[in-house]
Structure formats: C-alpha cells, structure tokens
Design a protein around this ligand. Sequence first.
Ligand SMILES: Cc1cc2nc3c(=O)[nH]c(=O)nc-3n(C[C@H](O)[C@H](O)[C@H](O)COP(=O)(O)OP(=O)(O)OC[C@H]3O[C@@H](n4cnc5c(N)ncnc54)[C@H](O)[C@@H]3O)c2cc1C
Length: 419
Amino acid sequence: MTESTESLEEFRARARAWIRANLRPLEANEEVGILRPTRTDEQELAAVARDREIQRMLFDAGLAGLCFPREYGGQGLSYEHQRAFSAEIAGYEYPARLQVPTFAPCAAVLLEFGTEEQKLAHIPAILKGEEIWMQFLSEPSSGSDVAAALTTATRDGDDWILNGSKIWTTGAWWSDWALCLARTNWDVPKHRGLTVFIFPLNSPGVDVQRIEMLNGGMEFCQEFMTDVRVPDTARIGQVDDGWTVGTRWMFHERTYASSPYTISTGGNSIHGVSSSWVLDIARATGGLADSRVRDLVGEGRTLDLVRDALQNRLATGMRSGKMSDQSAAIARLCAGVTSTRLTSLAFDIVGELGAAWSAEDGAGGEVGADFLMRQTATLGGGTTEMARNVISERVLGMPREPSLDRGRAFRDVPRGGRS
Ligand SMILES: Cc1cc2nc3c(=O)[nH]c(=O)nc-3n(C[C@H](O)[C@H](O)[C@H](O)COP(=O)(O)OP(=O)(O)OC[C@H]3O[C@@H](n4cnc5c(N)ncnc54)[C@H](O)[C@@H]3O)c2cc1C
C-alpha cells in the first residue's frame, strides 16, 4: 500500500511513471465529440470495455478514486492530488465514459446521501469499473424544470413501483445502474413530492431505447419504466425529500469539470474540446502560417486559461465556504460558452473542410459536424440559460422569475401538451 507520507510531488512522479508505462498516448482528436457517429456499435462496446479495464488498472495501482474516502476503496487524497493526476494523464487514454455521470454526479450523490450499505455496495464497484451509472433526470415533458418530473413511484409494502419515462441519457444502452428522480407525492408543491431511487438498468420493466440523431449518432437513449419494482432499501435520502438530494445532484453536475471526483483532461474541457484540439486542427490543416488562424488559436488558448482559472477559483471558494454552492452555475455557464466558442474557432480554421470531409482528413474532418452539435455543451448538465437564472437569482440576489406553480399542489398545476 502507498505510504501516506508521500508528498504531492512524489505522488505526481509515481502517477506519471505509471501512466507512461501503462496507457497509450491519444491520437490528436481522439476524445473529441462523444456524440460523433464515427464508431460502430462493436467499436463503441470495445471502447466501453477498455474504459472499464483502465479503471480496474487504476484501482489496482492505487490511482482510482483519489478523493474518495478510503473506506469505500478510494485513496482519501486531496483535490490537489486529483489536479496533479489530471494534468499528468492529459494526452493519454483514460476511462472517459466513467467520469460523467458515473463519478460525478452519481457517485458523489451516493457518497453524500447513500446509506452505509449502499456506499459499500456501489462505490468500490464503481471505482473498479464494474458499474457504470446513468442519471435519470430529464423527461420528455421536463428538462430544465427537473422538479416537474412525472415519473411516479408508488409505495407497495417494502417496495416502490416506478412508472414513467426518462430521456437524453448518453450511453444507457451500455450502462449498468440508474440514479432516478421520481414523484412520490402529487398533493404537495412540485419540489416537495420527489424521491430518489437507484436500480439496475436490466431490471424487469426497464426498456432502454436508443434515439437516432439527425447526424446518425445513436448514443442518446430514452427509457420507459413500466411497473419497475424497487425495494425501499434502494431509496436515496428521505421520502418526498428528493429535492434536497436533487439540489446537491445538480451542484455536482454543474461542477463536474472541476470536481475532485473526475479526471478532467485537456484543461477541464467538455468532451475533449480544448485549445489544444484547436491547435491540432490548425496544425493538421496547415493553417499556422496564416496570421488569422494564429489569432484564432490564441483566442482559444486565452479562453482555456480563463476557464481553468475561473473553475479553480470557484472550486476553492466553494470548498472554503467563501462562495455559496450556487456559484457552481458560473462554472457551468463558462464551460458551456467556452466550449461552443472553441468549436466555432475550429470551424473557422478548417474552412471548406467544415462543409465536406472524408475519413482521410484527420483532425480537420468532422469539425463541421461538431460545429452543428456545438450547442450540446450549452444543454447537457442543465442549460446555460438556467445557469444564468441561478446566477441572477441565487448568486446576485436579483428578483426571482415569475412562477405559476409556487405553493400549488403539483396535481393542480396545469401542464402543456408534452405531458
Ligand atoms: C450532451 C447531453 C447529455 C445529456 N445527458 C443527460 C443525462 O445523462 N441525463 C438526463 O437526465 N438528461 C441529460 N441531458 C438532457 C439535458 O439535461 C436537457 O436537455 C436540459 O436540461 C434541457 O432540457 P430540455 O431539453 O427538456 O429543454 P427545455 O427545458 O424544454 O428548454 C428549452 C429551451 O428553453 C430554455 N428555458 C427553459 N426554461 C427556462 C427558464 N425558466 N428561463 C430561461 N430559459 C429557459 C432552455 O434553456 C432551453 O434553451 C443531456 C443533454 C445533452 C445535450
């Protein structure tokens, strides 16, 4: 076992040596755009298996769950250790599919609200790569307004019976467990009648269907739950108090890029979109001789630096209690806006390749598709508009937006056509 007296620099040197000895350097562009339709199902499943394998290797090497408590298989180290590790692993393969939502927000929520039995059952399994988790929050009728969930859990003795539908889960077709927000009380205002449950995705009554996107990608899924039986021991938090859990759940989702529970490579990038990706593209397409392209690369680097500095400052401020947890919305807004701008810079750089490309075009190919998909960075994890609302109302204390359902039993709240 690693000596607890190991200094940060000794830890960094150990991590560096292990990474170089065991992991493959990434090709330029390799981790960009999780929603790119460039892999066959077989390739995607092989990539998932490799992610699980790397996670197990990290666990065996004492390098998994750096900030997770030791009693659940983690290393009990500091945020600085995680940052050092993230810096060392940048540019190498890493278990990308396990970071979000498995480690953050799902494992983070389990750590905060799970029972001892739940934590012992799941956190070590997660750290060994044996369980990949999905977050079941968004519904066809409610995404931004998460608390308006219609998925219903009804008590039946020691069990609960779940019915409803969740949507926009990335990779549910190859995942294992769900963290699910459900309505358990329709006779109170919407935030006061929710409860959180966990269950395996292969439970009887869970039907995972893949959604074909316009670009041919099939990573998004919709789940239909029909009489899914879940024991009360699989409840997270108190009955009807799911919003307490949900608030922290969304906090962990908003801060995932600077979370101590995830490896953020390439400068806290979203899906590999970073200034080094922009630079790779400029280099690959021969644009670096052009001063206009160099300007765009410089802008990208500036954005990366500002985003990283801001995220670190917010993470430090929230950890020390000097900033409220609501400040996580600032990190979320900055990450979304930066990611879309970086993708736009890449699109500007590739020129005509942004309209038509072939498999031989290397780093410059697919950028046109990434450009069309760039808004995903402002939607997933809660939209940037909602982040602006939180900043305005909860961070700056400006007036709250009008609400038609405040104080009304959810049963009596009028619902639109989508419900
Ligand atoms: C890449 C990606 C991954 C995702 N992964 C998951 C996942 O794992 N699990 C999951 O549950 N969901 C996931 N989602 C879904 C995501 O959380 C929702 O798309 C998002 O919360 C918005 O919800 P919606 O699509 O229903 O849009 P809506 O809520 O219908 O919003 C539509 C538009 O109106 C704006 N809007 C809505 N209300 C307000 C308001 N009060 N003030 C100002 N503007 C408003 C929104 O910002 C948005 O622009 C993912 C989405 C993406 C793109």
